[in-house]
Design a binder for this molecule. Sequence first.
Ligand code: ATP
Ligand code: MG
Length: 325
Amino acid sequence: MPNAVLSPDELGPTICVGEILVEIVATTVGDGFRAAQPLVGPYPSGAPAIFIDQCGRIGGRAAMIGAVGDDDFGRVNLERLRADGVDVSAVTIDRDYPTGSAFVRYRASGARDFVYNIATSAASRFGWDDAVAAVVGRAGHVHIMGTALTMPSAGAVIAQAVDIIKTRGGTLSVDPNLRKELRVDARIERQFAELVAKADLLLPSGDELERAAGVAGETPALRRLFELGVKEIVLKRGAEGATCFSRDGSRLDAPAFVVDEVDPTGAGDCFGGAYVACRRLGMGVEQALTYAAAAGARNVTVRGPMEGAGTRAELDAFVAATPRR
Ligand code: ATP
Ligand code: MG
């Protein structure tokens, strides 16, 4: 397939670099954590980990680069990733720092309050080593989440991995995923812009499209990104569905599946993991979008950030049983 947007799965696994966390979720709706309250978890989490888990679950070759502590929160993550077919040989087990964590509680408005421990946890303490070099050396695709760039050591691994993988004919996808709570400095902005310019596939949601392009308005933003060399852009719109824009000017809308949303966290990451895996397995845009929309929708029906990630068979059953808007 000379015009394929992403490298084929046979070239080597999709890798994702970044934070691996546990998530602990308040079971009541309200404002934050300043009183004792019921909680449920630990759930395996971290946007890059959710992405790679869904990628593996649906049948794509997948490997993760990151770090966990030598504790049960780390083991929860490693066991889940392994069970879903993800190569964890390049996940460092940090003897000195605990696994990263995020406590989350929903407000009545749907907004979320978080208590994070990422910067001072194992999650952000990994760098280039022999195990990382080995996985990167046989990888066929790398997916980057904007959140991972906020960790300086991850930023360095990402820069090196992208160069090596692109040099060997691999491809790059970028999910901006830059939540407004994240502090973004000039270094991060520069690396983010460099990655967008090198990306084959971009997976923004909402106003991240214009942010990635640095241009206001959907049409000018798309034009700018295609000028930079991006080949395909899939815009995620939550319960409104998603749209794929191709370089030749064509667009394909994927209506959302109608579901009861229990926990919106991880929808975008599951969507991305499924989309990238399906495209690399040779599917066209329409079929890949259907699996991606199903993966995102199915994941929001279950509490926990990656608890609803689906296998190919689970997603086929979900598609057959669920109406679309
Ligand atoms: P995240 O909050 O994980 O960062 P995101 O903003 O990157 O998410 P969304 O647009 O929220 O991504 O979700 C990705 C896709 O998942 C949507 O395009 C849609 O196909 C599906 N999806 C998400 N939420 C729902 C929902 N409530 N109902 C149906 N489908 C949904
Ligand atoms: Mg997102």
